[in-house]
Design a protein around this ligand. Structure first.
Ligand SMILES: C[S@@+](CC[C@H](N)C(=O)[O-])C[C@H]1O[C@@H](n2cnc3c(N)ncnc32)[C@H](O)[C@@H]1O
Length: 449
């Protein structure tokens, strides 16, 4: 019988959704981080649950030809990336395979899953970074959390954020120390600065900085802002967000603008967007353009179409479609995002788009059957509510383009639509998050009765 802390020689036969190698020890499934399919290795069993266990890779005995030396020195401790040990084509193949498997096993969907659309340079792509700060002795540290912990890995350089972010983090560590800006201590819920959120724009490499703090005012505020601007003149917005609660919700309800305004502007597919610190914005601009282009192609838009952009954020999908259709209606639950969306329509001289604050599932139920031609859906990881799916069916929307960052909830939702007169025509995965196992996928469904 399999035993905890014992060593076993194994062969990996599959990969889990989060890219762990799957092997069997005496018929019992064990998942091991950093192992690749086809590899033989010595593992140590470190945890046993009822139906599966976890192991640690001790020594690779037969290495996969698809293995790659990670370029990041923090890779094996940091929880940020988990596929950097695969060569890039293998990462793309893995994502297509996982999409296909999940859709067919979980959703009972038989459809064509295209090749994953990858990047020419799958590094330094992420335009948003949230970096927790902490103390180690009397030293300020900052980085990403170790996987499944709140332990900060003090990172010198990250290979998925723009290089400038690593430079800013290094600078802020010493600036906070010099100005006596107290770092938050999570274990005792004391201190001031919890984390810093950085956003980078494709327009002149402009950046915004959000200090996420417990409460109170930023000490030495003028000095802080002056130092930042002197060192990084491309910073256009500095905001303090106040999160007094010790919770997993990152941003608190209140904020103060310390410099500029609460907005960063970026450009996507020829349109310019204003993004407030609280609004969702896709993290990979290169892949977002590719993905939206595919979404528009799938939608087969016509000049007479009335289109809904559900879960619209700052309006990027709907506004990209607006010049091809008669009318766009965007829906999002975050007030600041809708404020941005309305402003974005104005700034881009788009007059046929309107935006509604509300839960998509509630707003959808207010439209009349037959009045909508195309629906774009781009929900958060948990997918959509059943009420939302029921509204789609009731409205008999001819074409639905469902964009998802979680193929499990996508499979669940597509399964429901498939059982109600919709056919999943095609799915294309996009590598929005290279070096990680996260998958973004665009699917298109047609209604036929
Ligand atoms: C994955 S983002 C997509 C945003 C946008 N489509 C884009 O491409 O940038 C999901 C969005 O859903 C919004 N959201 C979450 N739950 C919602 C709900 N029940 N109703 C409407 N919007 C919701 C979030 O505020 C967020 O803007």
């Amino acid at each position: 019988m399999i035993e905890k802390n014992a060593y076993y020689e194994v062969t990996f036969t599959d990969l889990t959704h989060d890219a762990m190698g799957v092997c069997k020890v005496e018929g019992f499934p064990v998942f091991v981080k950093d192992a690749l399919k086809g590899e033989k290795a010595l593992i140590k069993v470190i945890k046993l649950n009822k139906n599966f266990g976890f192991g640690r890779l001790i020594e690779i005995r037969e290495e996969s030809p698809f293995r790659k030396l990670p370029i990041c020195e923090h890779y094996h401790v940091c929880g940020g990336c988990n596929t950097m040990h695969m060569n890039y084509q293998t990462q793309l193949d893995f994502k297509r395979y996982r999409t296909q498997e999940t859709l067919s096993k979980l959703g009972k969907i038989k459809t064509e899953v295209k090749e994953t659309v990858g990047m020419n340079n799958p590094y330094y792509y992420r335009n948003k970074a949230i970096i927790p700060f902490g103390m180690r002795g009397d030293k300020v540290i900052a980085g990403l959390y170790k996987q499944r912990t709140h332990e900060i890995v003090n990172i010198k350089r990250c290979h998925i954020f723009p290089r400038m972010v690593s430079e800013m983090v290094r600078y802020l560590k010493s600036l906070f120390y010099e100005l006596g800006i107290e770092i938050y201590k999570e274990d005792i819920d004391q201190g001031f600065l919890k984390a810093v959120m950085f956003r980078h724009s494709e327009i002149d490499h402009q950046m915004s900085i959000t200090l996420i703090t417990r409460n109170g005012k930023v000490p030495e505020k003028e000095e802080f802002v002056r130092n930042i601007l002197e060192r990084f003149p491309n910073v256009v917005s500095i905001v303090q967000n106040i999160q007094p609660d010790q919770s997993n919700v990152l941003l608190g309800p209140k904020h103060r603008v310390l410099y500029g305004k609460d907005a960063l502007n970026d450009r996507l597919l020829g349109l310019e967007y204003e993004i407030s610190h609280r609004s969702f914005y896709q993290v990979n601009p290169i892949q977002t353009e590719q993905m939206y282009t595919k979404a528009m192609e799938y939608a087969e838009l016509k000049p007479t179409d009335r289109v809904i952009d559900a879960y619209c954020g700052i309006g990027t999908i709907g506004l990209s479609a607006a010049n091809k259709v008669a009318e766009v209606v965007g829906i999002d639950v975050v007030k600041d995002a809708i404020k941005n969306a309305v402003q974005n329509a104005k700034n881009n001289q788009i007059k046929n788009a309107k935006f509604i604050v509300g839960k998509a599932e509630d707003v959808m139920a207010t439209f009349t059957a037959g009045s909508i031609d195309v629906l774009f859906v781009d929900p958060p990881r948990k997918g959509v509510e059943k009420k939302f799916l029921e509204a789609i069916i009731k409205l008999r929307i001819p074409r639905v383009v469902y964009i998802s960052c979680n193929v499990s909830t996508l499979a669940r939702d597509l399964n429901f639509l498939q059982a109600n007169n919709y056919t999943v025509r095609e799915v294309t995965p996009f590598d929005m998050f290279p070096q990680t196992s996260h998958i973004e996928a665009v699917s298109v469904l047609d209604y036929s009765k």
